[in-house]
Design a protein around this ligand. Sequence first.
Ligand code: ZN
Length: 255
Amino acid sequence: MSTKIRVTVWGEFVHEKKNEAVRKIYPEGMHNTIAKGLAGYKDLECRTATLPEPEHGLTEAVLANTDVLTWWGHVAHGDVQDAVVERVKRHVLEGMGLIVLHSGHYSKIFRALMGTNCSLKWREADEKERIWNVASGHPITEGIGDYFELPFEEMYGERFDIPEPDKLIFISWFEGGEVFRSGACWDRGHGRVFYFRPGHEAYPTYHNETVIKVIANACRWARRRVTIPDKCPNSPALETIKKKDQTFGRAGIVQ
Ligand code: ZN
C-alpha cells in the first residue's frame, strides 16, 4: 500500500458544461477544484474521474488503487450505470472509504449503502449557513473551531432520511430557520462512509479552505485500512467439540 492516501475525486461534470454561471466558479470542473484543494495536503495523492469517461472512470483497477473515493453528483444520478454502483459498493464493503458530498445524498451509491431514501428539504435562496462542530476531538474536526460559516449556500433541512449515524460530526443552521445533520459517519462492511453537506454548484464552496480541510480530514479518517473480499465459509472447529447427548440433533430432530 502506498504511504500516501490515494484519493479519487469523482465528479458528475454536467452543470459546469451546461451552465455559464457554474462554469465561472468552476472553469475546470468541481472535481478539479476539489482535487487541487486536497493536493495541498501532502499526505494525499489525488486523481479525478468523471461520468463521461468509460465506466465513469471507476474501473476495477482504479477502485483497487483508491483508498478514498469522493462523490459529487446531482442532475445525472440516473445516468450512473448500475454495474458501476455495484462495483463501488463492493469496494466500500471490502474496505475503501467513501465521502459523499452535497447533492450526492440522492446518488445511487449513497442510497444503496444507507438502505433508506436519503431525501430531505431544500431551497435555493442565497442563505447563510452556520456549520456547528458537534464532535470536537474527532479526526474529521481536527483544526476546525466550534463552527464555521458560508455566506451563501443552498438550504438542506430535516428530516434527512438517513439511518441513525454511527457518529454525528456537524449540524448546520440556515438563515431561513432550518437545521440539518450536515456531517455524519457510518461503517459499512470493512469501509467507512462520511456524508458532508456543503457544495451547491452555484456557490464557490469548494474554494473555501475550511471546507477542503474537512474533506482532507475525512480522507484520513475514511482511508482504506484493509481489503477483505466477501466470503461466507464453512469453518472447522479450533477445539475438539465434546459429543453431546443426541436428544436434539441437526435441525432439531429427536434422534
Ligand atoms: Zn445543490
